[in-house]
Ligand binder design. Sequence first.
Ligand SMILES: Cc1cc2nc3c(=O)[nH]c(=O)nc-3n(C[C@H](O)[C@H](O)[C@H](O)COP(=O)(O)OP(=O)(O)OC[C@H]3O[C@@H](n4cnc5c(N)ncnc54)[C@H](O)[C@@H]3O)c2cc1C
Length: 473
Amino acid sequence: MTSLVGSIRTRSLVARPTTIEQCREALDYCRQNGMSICARGAGRGYGDLALNDGNALLDMSAMNRILEFDEETAQITVEAGIRLIDIYQAVHHHLLVLPASPTESHSSVAGAICANVNGKDAWHHGSFARQVVRLRLLLANGEILDIDRSHELFNAVVGGIGLLGVILDATLQLHPIPSPYVEINRIPTADVDALLETMARVEKSHDAAVVWVDAYADGSRIGRSVIHAAQWIERPETESERRQILEAGYERLDRHRQFGLALHEKFGPILSLMLQVQRPMMNYFNRLYYAMCRLAYRTGRSSNSELFLRFGFEASFTVPPAHLVCGPHGYTVQLTFPRSSAREAIIELLGICQSSPCPPVTTILRAHKPDDSLISFSEDGYSLNFEFHPKERHEAASRAAVDRLIDATVRRGGKIHLAKDQVLTPEQFYRVFPRYRELLEFKRRLDPDGLFTSDLARRVGIDPALNKPQPEQ
Ligand SMILES: Cc1cc2nc3c(=O)[nH]c(=O)nc-3n(C[C@H](O)[C@H](O)[C@H](O)COP(=O)(O)OP(=O)(O)OC[C@H]3O[C@@H](n4cnc5c(N)ncnc54)[C@H](O)[C@@H]3O)c2cc1C
């Protein structure tokens, strides 16, 4: 197995169950053979949260059926391994969406629950936790628990990176929309103040937004950005027309995904070569992109309507995949920080990036709202997502810059997204997620032998099998 970023390689025994009974058999096998096991969805997390070196993986991707869909209540019950795009394909023509869907539409439902992922609508709908009505969890002893939102385990399982058991299925709340189309406005903002002022307006007027940030703009231009904001719109299509349009939309997404991945694989080495001159190249590219967006904005050509499918999901394969963007020594990191100190946080985090020998290749900002999961990434604030492609000779200096980013975030009361992490240390983890103790308590009760674990859990020290003394707060 290789992590998505490509810099972590592991070997595991893989079971691919199609029934609950086969899941139980896999757990029994691991217990009898002294192995731990890690459930895995689509493997679209960037780091090591779905890896389990030298032990077993439970690949849930073949448990991918829709079990029930109730159009009236707008609720859908699905098996754990179904991909988010498959849910869209089943419900979108009924004018429903699944809020909090990440850009990676091939993520599985259980993967989205366990990493508590977020979408471009995060400040409206929160993270994935908020869409979950109930789920069923297979415990280490083979028992199945039905967990609804009032259950004491709900906030431990959601966002709990698969450490308490195997999610078998889940009921999700869908959200009504007027049509499958959104109007997109691309709004350039010249600096951090303009960015935050415009975002405050966009958060009131729009339904979803994602911000491209020029991490190379410094001085008075620091925080220079382009906000891509979307609003649902009415369209007059009949249901059968809508079905046809959406079918063509899925085909197009699929075609572009295949084409994008093939193209990037072919030209990946050229991209790597170009990134050897990363600083001037990215600086030039960012200036050009910003200037083009500003020109389009000034000449009234910065808005258009398009299928939400495209706005929501296409970016995940029109940009090169993580292992190419980040290269053999790279990493991603997504950091949240509170709204109250957003200006200072953005300036500090971008300043750290600029002082690194290899600043990030991509930088994306999103708005969020808090939730109650024990290991929660979301809060009332914003996040910055960086992708770094350090050159070999700058590996140590780049890593030091990432550590400074994390330390600055922790100092500001911010959080780190575990689905995009591969560097957090136990000390950093304990500070970011003080409620991990509650998760560990549940784990000691439900899985005292540490049957369920992962490389990430071992790395950050939340594995009871390690019997590690936990620091006092
Ligand atoms: C191009 C791209 C874009 C992305 N965009 C976003 C984004 O916009 N927002 C965002 O938040 N994330 C984003 N991500 C990250 C991705 O959506 C998450 O990492 C998501 O968790 C991946 O789902 P998965 O099914 O691949 O999970 P995996 O990576 O397979 O697993 C994730 C976690 O879930 C656990 N797990 C999986 N299935 C089960 C199960 N049945 N029972 C118990 N535990 C289970 C695993 O042990 C692991 O801890 C993006 C990733 C990519 C590659």
